[in-house]
Each structure stands twice: as C-alpha cells, then as structure tokens.
Design a protein around this ligand. Structure first.
Ligand code: SF4
Length: 419
C-alpha cells in the first residue's frame, strides 16, 4: 500500500475512544487491593446555578428511567473490582435527590445485590448523598435510609436570599432547615452543609451569620469554599460583562480566617483547607480521595482511580446512554499508572490535609523516581519549615496555619522537584 494512503486513512475515521481501563486490570490478580469506595454521579438539576461547572443538565424528567437503567448496568459491570465490603459510597451530581424515589429504590437494590454493603448497613461505613433542599421529601429519605444512606450533604451555599439570587441558586433558604429536619426524622443523623463565601456584595458580618445559621441546624460538618469563577460559567460571563464587582482579595482572606476561627471556637477542626468537622465526623469518602486511595466511578463525568489508573466517564449523557460493550461507560482522559504523577497528586492533596503527609513514605516513593529526588524534597521541606509554614515533627509534613494559606504554592514547589 502506498505510504501516503496509509497516512490518510486515520484522518477519515472518527478518533477511537479509549478503552475503559478496568478492562486492563484483572480484579483477581494477586496483590491487587480491592477497591473500597464508590462514587456515583447523577447528572440532573432543576436549573443551572450560575457559578457551577459540574456536569449537570436541566432535568425534564424524560430521561431519568433510561439513565437509571444504564447506571445499573454500569454498577454491575464494575462491581468485580470491589469484592470486599465498601467503606464509603458518595452519590453526587447534579442533584441526586431529584431522581424519583422509585428509581432510587431500584438503584439501591442493584447496589445491595452487586456490592458488599455490610459495613454500610452496620453503620461503620459511610453512604453520602448530595441533597438540594427543595427536593427533600419524607418518601425519598425513607427510601434512602432503607438502602443504607447515613449521611446527607446539603447544598445551602448561603441563607441570604440576596446572595442566593446573585449565585442564581434557586432554593428558599428556609428549606435547608426543613430538609435537615426531614433527614433526621428519617434516621439520617449526619448532615453536612455546603457554604460559599466571597459572594459579590457579601459582608464579613453576613458571612458570619451564614455560618451561624448552618451551625444552628446541628450540623457536624461544613464545607466552606470561596466563590470561584470557572471558565464558561454564567457567573464568569456576568463578571466579565461588569454586572458586579468580585469580592476584594483582602476581604476574601478575612472571610477565610473568620471561618477558621469561628468554627474552631465552636468545636470544628479544619481537617482540609476548606472542610471542617467535629472530631470523628470528617467525610471519609473525600478523605479517600485526598489520601489518593482507590475508588470506582459510575455515571457521566465521574472520575475513577484504580491500581494507579485514572479515568473519567464521558461527560455527555447521550454518549453515556448509548449501548456499550459489557456495560462499561465510554471514557475520556484515561491515564496509565505513573509513579511520578501519583506522587505529585499525593503531595498536592496531602498537603491540604491537617494530618499532612508521612514524610518517610513520601521520601521512599521519591527514591523510586530518581536518585536525587528525595534529597530535593527534603531541601524544600526545610525551606518551608524555616519560613514557619511547614512542621516536620512527628514524622509528618504538616502545613502550619500560615502554610495552609499558601498550600497550593508549597505543593507546586514540591511537585517541581519531582521533574
Ligand atoms: S444544584 Fe449543584 S450541580 Fe446543580 S447546577 Fe446547582 S451547583 Fe451545579
């Protein structure tokens, strides 16, 4: 065959989608740790909030059943990689509580039949579902509790109608307390609340009031993120049009410090840069991410991590719903196991945790990457220690309060040393 024809052929074909990485991993291979965490993505929302860059589509109720059936096939397909009892399940979105209770019931039955949920059912495992306050009903919570759900993550963002309007977040703030009450009445004691600060026009006092309102609900866990302007969101377009002025950097820093002080004075530890919990009430599923453990991922746009491989399911519902071989989702962004990248990710997420990093473990892994790498990391740790931003005592590299404020910069410094 002439050379030029051989070259032209691939250009005439659509690019081949990468294979699902689990197909390359033998779930019964000796030495392969069983996966103990599962993430499930439900893509439907009632409306698109203006700051949001998560994968979600406005729900018209017409594709919920097709989605749930497709998801059940995928849950079945990936289940062999989780032969041991699951420790954590997190169902996020989107708005998982928008899924109809009858579809939830069927989904939970599939989970129960394909996975070992013994730790979930005896209460030692964690099963979280993200909840939009408007969608909470006694019927839905009864179904969730029956299926083992024992934690709700509530998207409140703010309790001030003016700030909710700025975010184009459509819920009545009074419904947060109502939804938390319904969850507790159904038997779900663990209720986490998500808040956003540095909303345009928000004052320090208003931010304090939002935190106090969340605390008054009896929550044991708070996620508090500064508003970010992600590319392609309506919020960013409005900012660029000059519709509002973003919060001043100093005010944002003051809000962060107020958050740390206010919550710590009320018994909450900042166990991650943006996450606060009463002792023992940390989100174990998110800790599994931040500790770079393994997790399975199902649903459109869900990202998984098994045996060093990473992948993301297709972020398009149409593509996700198309029949696929073996029930696996079409995937994008597949990354093979790579020691250097895995260590970079461990550094990036571990430095954001209050528990920090086991320095001996990090140095041992660095030694496997290159002869000078561990030495370079020690030099960097020493530099940040001298600046009062890193505490290396107790065999761990832990960022100090001053270090937490520069966590990304410090992590970037460590990661550059891996090159
Ligand atoms: S409810 Fe959550 S996932 Fe849905 S659009 Fe709003 S922020 Fe995004």
């Amino acid at each position: 065959m002439p050379h030029n024809i051989a070259i032209s052929l691939p250009e005439q074909r659509p690019p081949r989608a990468p294979a699902h990485p689990l197909r390359a991993i033998d779930p019964s291979a000796p030495g392969l740790d069983p996966v103990r965490s599962l993430y499930v993505h439900i893509p439907f929302c009632a409306h698109k909030c203006h700051y949001c860059d998560f994968y979600s589509i406005v729900d018209r109720q017409d594709r919920q059943r097709a989605f749930a059936e497709r998801l059940e096939h995928e849950l079945d397909a990936v289940s062999p990689w989780a032969p041991a009892p699951l420790r954590t399940i997190f169902v996020g979105g989107g708005t998982p509580t928008l899924l109809r209770p009858d579809l939830w019931r069927s989904l939970l039955a599939v989970l129960d039949s394909r996975y070992d949920l013994s730790l979930i059912h005896d209460g030692s495992g964690e099963f979280s579902v993200e909840c939009n306050p408007e969608t909470a009903t006694p019927e839905l919570f009864d179904v969730l509790v029956e299926g083992g759900v024992n934690r709700i993550s509530m998207g409140a963002q703010s309790f001030d109608p003016r700030h909710l309007k700025t975010l184009e977040r459509w819920h009545d703030p009074d419904n947060v307390a109502r939804a938390a009450g319904l969850a507790r009445a159904a038997g779900i004691d663990r209720v986490s609340v998500d808040l956003i600060f540095a909303i345009p026009g928000q004052t320090l006092d208003e931010w304090r009031t939002d935190m106090d309102t969340a605390l008054s609900l009896g929550t044991e866990h708070l996620s508090c993120y500064a508003l970010t302007y992600e590319p392609g969101t309506a919020m960013t377009a409005r900012l660029n049009r000059g519709d509002f002025v973003r919060a001043d950097e100093d005010l944002e820093a003051d809000m962060y410090e107020l958050c740390v002080d206010h919550l710590s004075a009320r018994g909450f530890e900042r166990y991650e840069v943006s996450n606060y919990a009463r002792p023992g009430k940390e989100c174990r599923h998110n800790l599994a991410y931040w500790r770079q453990e393994q997790w399975l991922a199902c649903g459109p746009s869900a990202s998984g991590h098994v045996a060093g491989w990473r992948w993301k399911n297709t972020p398009r519902l149409d593509t996700y719903l198309a029949p696929s071989e073996g029930g696996f989702a079409p995937v994008v962004d597949v990354e093979e196991a790579d020691d250097r990248r895995a260590l970079a990710e461990r550094l990036l997420s571990g430095l954001r945790l209050r528990e920090g990093l086991d320095s001996a473990m990090i140095l041992a892994r660095a030694g496997g990457i290159g002869p000078q790498t561990a030495g370079r990391l020690e030099t960097i740790a020493g530099k940040w220690e001298r600046e009062g931003r890193l505490d290396p005592s107790g065999g761990r590299w832990v960022l100090t309060d001053a270090g937490i404020l520069a966590a990304d910069r410090i992590a970037a410094d460590f990661i550059a040393a891996l090159a």
